[in-house]
Design a protein around this ligand. Structure first.
Ligand SMILES: Cc1cc2nc3c(=O)[nH]c(=O)nc-3n(C[C@H](O)[C@H](O)[C@H](O)COP(=O)(O)O)c2cc1C
Length: 183
């Protein structure tokens, strides 16, 4: 069976962001999983328009194409004021059909929290887009975990999330091939 095409989306675009480090750590974990092929979609690479334009711009089209090619996603998101950052919402809104009937997992992080408020709100958004969100979350409290992102416990949780993404991702690949998803 062809490996699952997993896109890891780095959500923070802030200068000096920690998202880079957390994202790279997760990508290393994912590359050790024998059922997935990993690509990185770094939102900092996209010069998106500030508001939704009448016609999609080239960066919007390129982003939507990357999302369309992927079969599963992990959103690496910080928590900002008990939610996720605007950069993440902006990007999510620039694709639509491309998210449908695909699984989405989360790696969240914060300072003094593991960012679960951000994840809860992302679940609502992705449900509206007909995506399926994964139960287990890799949560990193930068105040505790950052110097030791390689701890066994975080690595184990990453493995659980990757297994869930594989199950759903491969099942939904078959489902989409059998009949088009109707939204
Ligand atoms: C505007 C803002 C709001 C924040 N709100 C929270 C929060 O609600 N909960 C939390 O755990 N950390 C919060 N933090 C801390 C961030 O999670 C932390 O700074 C993290 O490094 C941000 O991710 P980034 O560096 O990849 O942008 C906040 C940070 C910023 C800049």
């Amino acid at each position: 069976m062809a490996p699952l095409q997993l896109a890891v989306i780095i959500g923070s675009t802030r200068e000096g962001r920690m998202g880079d480090r957390v994202g790279r750590w997760f990508v290393d974990q994912a590359r050790q999983h024998d059922q997935v092929t990993v690509t990185v979609v770094d939102l900092a690479d996209y010069d998106f328009p500030a508001s939704y334009p009448a016609e999609p711009t080239a960066p919007m089209r390129s982003f939507a194409a990357r999302i369309g090619q992927a079969e599963a996603f992990v959103v690496v998101t910080p928590e900002y004021n008990h939610s996720f950052p605007a950069s993440v919402k902006q990007a999510i809104d620039y694709a639509y059909d491309e998210w449908q009937a695909k699984p989405v997992g989360f790696v969240s992080y914060g300072c003094g929290s593991v960012g679960l408020h951000a994840v809860d709100q992302l679940r609502t958004v992705f449900t509206a887009l007909h995506a399926v969100t994964m139960r287990d979350v890799v949560g990193v409290d930068l105040l505790c975990d950052e110097p030791m992102l390689a701890t066994d416990e975080l690595g184990r949780t990453a493995g659980v999330l990757l297994d869930q993404l594989c199950w759903w991702g491969l099942a939904l690949r078959d489902g989409r091939a059998r009949r088009p998803y109707v939204s």
